[in-house]
Design a protein around this ligand. Structure first.
Ligand SMILES: NC(=O)C1=CN([C@@H]2O[C@H](COP(=O)(O)OP(=O)(O)OC[C@H]3O[C@@H](n4cnc5c(N)ncnc54)[C@H](OP(=O)(O)O)[C@@H]3O)[C@@H](O)[C@H]2O)C=CC1
Ligand SMILES: Nc1nc(=O)c2c([nH]1)NC[C@@H]1CN(c3ccc(C(=O)N[C@@H](CCC(=O)O)C(=O)O)cc3)C=[N+]21
Length: 269
């Protein structure tokens, strides 16, 4: 019998407000935890809750020895100070990697973050497991948000890609993407990346998800990505689908970070 039996990884999730997309993502994360044998603890707070309420929930999770990972679902309602809240998540339990200190360590040479943000880690994992070489390759990341674009560009850089970052004010984005071996897009604009934006043989990772009405689907909507999938398939060597691509990888990396955190606490290698 394994020594680790009885030592169960624990994840605490804080969800503030009633956003339908956030509720879906959190539900998916909790379901994945159950399937993997990770104990999850969910705190739901109303849209108008005070910052103190969240900080005190975080403080109790930081102290709780059976919680190894803490996740504050983003975005938070406007009246809350996101930086202050994320700063409160203990570095050792920051399985989302969104504590500014973790993010800073991801950006700085010679430093190691305790955890790498899940979407970025999921994108790199997809590349590595598909045998796509990153070192020395030209990568373009479209989008520079703290949650997706920025950490992905930093992580590609850590893997020695030559990285360009495109954003809403970039001019002639297609000319830049056409030079790229790897294109990661995290914008949320459907069909932004067309077939002619791509170099033949490029690898395309589509992080974007945009809900469109679809009465025939279970929840009345379905998700589409940033990439014009059919066009891209005709030019690229590989394209990740939406749904069923980066989304599930993000969740898998959350579980992986939570497990790593628990192993560290229980001193299991
Ligand atoms: N599958 C998953 O696991 C995840 C999916 N997502 C999805 O990824 C998408 C992006 O999310 P998130 O990063 O949080 O979104 P944000 O809105 O925070 O960021 C969007 C980024 O895209 C840039 N942008 C906007 N319009 C354009 C454009 N026309 N051309 C180029 N860049 C543009 C913005 O530029 P600027 O900085 O100049 O404003 C910004 O950097 C969403 O669809 C979201 O649902 C996000 C996280 C995880
Ligand atoms: N603190 C925090 N951490 C996050 O990691 C975080 C967040 N806040 N806020 C929002 C974004 C978005 N995100 C997704 C996770 C899974 C899917 C996912 O599993 N998508 C499925 C489909 C889901 C569906 O059907 O709605 C798929 O693409 O196949 C999508 C998006 C995590 N985020």
């Amino acid at each position: 019998m394994k020594e680790s039996i009885g030592k169960v990884p624990g994840l605490a999730v804080i969800l503030v407000g009633q956003r339908r997309d956030s509720q879906t993502y959190v539900r998916n994360k909790i379901k994945a935890c159950e399937e993997a044998g990770i104990k999850s603890l969910m705190t739901e707070l109303p849209e108008d809750c005070t910052e103190d309420k969240i900080l005190s929930a975080l403080s109790s999770f930081n102290e709780n020895p059976s919680i190894h990972g803490i996740l504050v679902q983003l975005p938070l309602p406007k009246h809350l100070d996101e930086e202050k809240i994320l700063n409160m998540v203990s570095l050792e339990k920051d399985v989302d990697g969104f504590n500014p200190l973790n993010m800073g360590n991801l950006a700085m040479r010679g430093r190691e973050p305790v955890f790498i943000p899940c979407t970025a880690k999921g994108c790199i994992e997809l590349l590595l497991r598909s045998g796509v070489e990153i070192m020395g390759k030209k990568a373009v990341v479209i989008g520079r948000s703290n949650i997706a674009g920025l950490p992905t560009s930093l992580l590609l850089q850590r893997h020695h890609a030559t990285v360009s970052i495109l954003h809403a004010l970039s001019k002639n984005p297609d000319q830049i993407t056409r030079q790229a071996d790897i294109v990661v897009t995290a914008v949320g604009v459907p069909n932004l990346v067309r077939g002619h934006w791509l170099k033949p043989g490029a690898v395309v990772i589509d992080v974007g998800t945009y809900p469109i009405e679809d009465p025939s689907s279970e929840f009345g909507y379905r998700l589409i990505g940033d990439v014009c999938y059919e066009e891209a398939l005709g030019v690229a060597s590989a394209v990740t689908p939406v749904p069923g691509g980066v989304g599930p990888m993000t969740i898998a990396m959350l579980l992986s970070n939570t497990l790593d955190s628990a192993k560290r606490v229980y001193d299991i290698t």
